[in-house]
Design a protein around this ligand. Structure first.
Ligand code: BTN
Length: 256
């Protein structure tokens, strides 16, 4: 089943829990090539070849959540740019549900890093591949630090157990499963971007702060002025207009 209809009920999604796999993202893409129809979650207790952004490895010992959602033909290509924001909103809501109140702030860093007390607690890797017949597979891979976190990282990191949560990977996944279904229905193949952008802005961190945005070929400095109605980051470089940025890595001057 694909995202053909407006109504995406919870029971439209399936879930297969794996013990050990190379990478849940890689497995989803392999299933897509083999004809899998989508709306399929794969989770794994352990990944032996977990993958992060920019070709980095994602260490995947038991105790954290490793989950990937396969979608087939999720939206027309021109509407896909807002999907990372929708994913961030869903993961944020799932983590909100398992964290105690009164802890460090749980926030989203553009476009879809989930931070607790400005420390990274989750990685999201969205991959897509063309399939025969003009179809497209898209995989949303999510790794959440629950009991473990990297020993060394170029940014601050944390895990749910250091933030007062005793949730298991299964507990976190149950919330993620529900929140993702809700947000994808709101997103409505990209037609519901306004709702998603509104929700994203309510949980964003760093608006009004000095940031550096690393692009593939250069870095830009300025003030994070927010996001526009299509989800682009707006950078105030002090030259009188706001620069819209579609993709890049954001660093806050204060903490990184
Ligand atoms: C990042 O570098 O921040 C993204 C990390 C994404 C890790 C998740 S874990 C589940 C899924 N399977 C993978 O191999 N990667 C993603």
């Amino acid at each position: 089943m694909t995202l053909r209809s407006r109504s995406l009920s919870l029971n439209a999604f399936r879930h297969e829990a794996l013990n050990e796999v190379g990478s849940t993202n890689t497995e989803c893409l392999a299933r897509a090539r083999a004809g899998e129809a989508g709306l399929l979650w794969l989770t794994a207790t352990r990944q032996t070849d977990g993958r992060g952004r920019r070709g980095r490895a994602w260490t995947s010992e038991p105790g954290n959540l490793y989950a990937s959602l396969l979608l087939i033909d999720p939206a027309p290509p021109e509407r896909l740019a807002s999907l990372p924001l929708a994913v961030a909103v869903a993961v944020h809501a799932a983590l909100r549900a398992v964290l105690p109140t009164g802890g460090e702030p749980l926030e989203v860093k553009w476009p879809n890093d989930i931070l607790i007390g400005r420390k990274k607690t989750c990685g999201i890797l969205i991959e897509s591949e063309a399939l025969p017949g003009g179809h497209r597979a898209l995989v949303i891979g999510i790794g959440i630090n629950i009991r473990h976190m990297p020993d060394s990282a170029p940014y601050g990191v944390t895990r749910l157990h250091d933030q007062g949560s005793s949730a298991s990977p299964e507990d976190v996944f149950a919330h993620l499963f529900r929140e993702m279904a809700t947000v994808l229905e709101e997103w409505d193949k990209g037609r519901g971007i306004t709702t998603v952008v509104d929700r994203w802005r309510r949980v964003a961190c760093g608006i009004g702060e000095k940031i550096t945005v690393n692009l593939p070929e250069r870095s830009l400095n300025g003030t994070f002025a927010g996001i526009d109605d299509t989800g682009f980051l707006l950078l105030d470089t002090g030259h009188g207009s706001l620069m819209p940025i579609a993709a890049g890595d954001v660093f806050f001057a204060r903490t990184e």
